[in-house]
Design a protein around this ligand. Structure first.
Ligand code: MN
Length: 187
């Protein structure tokens, strides 16, 4: 499917004249990009996004990513986002879809660690990626459990050198890696 068509749901949910969120596709950087956005909306969650096939494939992770391989974090697949969303921070008006504040909690590039291409691994429901971020590094698995209208996945840290059972960045480091701002400061 062309990237343009993959963003139809993203566009349908938003009023471009009312939200500061990007509308265009955005430009590609050196290597596929991952981003985790801390989104303080009707409920606080983290949006985990991977550049695959010209869009940001996205999951909503209520408790945020963990560095502890023992934590299995529920991740609900959401609509693909444009690449330009990867550096979006700001305040979405309260009466708009996803109304609330967004900061770039972590970002960087990633490697696909499965033997097959990312698109195929995604379709198969088992993706393994190596993240090169500031708060998140090393291997993570995304595993699809079931679909009940929404696809329910789990995000799990692999037990490698960057695994850490004590550090809890989702709790202790809420700030943006781009600007140091917190969601509260954007309100
Ligand atoms: Mn969100």
């Amino acid at each position: 499917m062309a990237a343009k068509d993959r963003l139809a749901e993203y566009r349908a949910k938003r009023d471009a004249s009312r939200t500061p969120e990007p509308r265009g596709r955005g430009k590609r950087k050196n290597g596929p990009v991952f981003v985790v956005q801390r989104h303080d909306a009707s409920s606080l969650h983290f949006d985990f996004r991977l550049e695959i096939g010209g869009v940001l494939v996205s999951w909503s992770v209520p408790k945020g990513p963990s560095l502890d391989p023992g934590d299995r974090r529920p991740a609900i697949r959401t609509e693909d986002h444009p690449l330009g969303y990867a550096d979006f921070e700001g305040k979405i008006p309260e009466d708009q879809y996803g109304g609330g504040t967004v900061v770039v909690w972590d970002t960087g590039t990633f490697d696909v660690l499965t033997g097959e291409p990312a698109e195929q691994a995604l379709a198969d429901g088992h993706l393994k990626v190596g993240l090169h971020g500031e708060k998140l590094t090393g291997a993570f698995s995304l595993i699809r459990r079931h679909s009940d209208g929404q696809e329910q996945w789990l995000l799990v840290k692999k037990d490698d050198d960057s695994a850490d059972r004590r550090r809890k960045p989702a709790k202790t480091r809420p700030e943006s890696v781009l600007t140091g701002r917190t969601n509260r400061e954007l309100e």
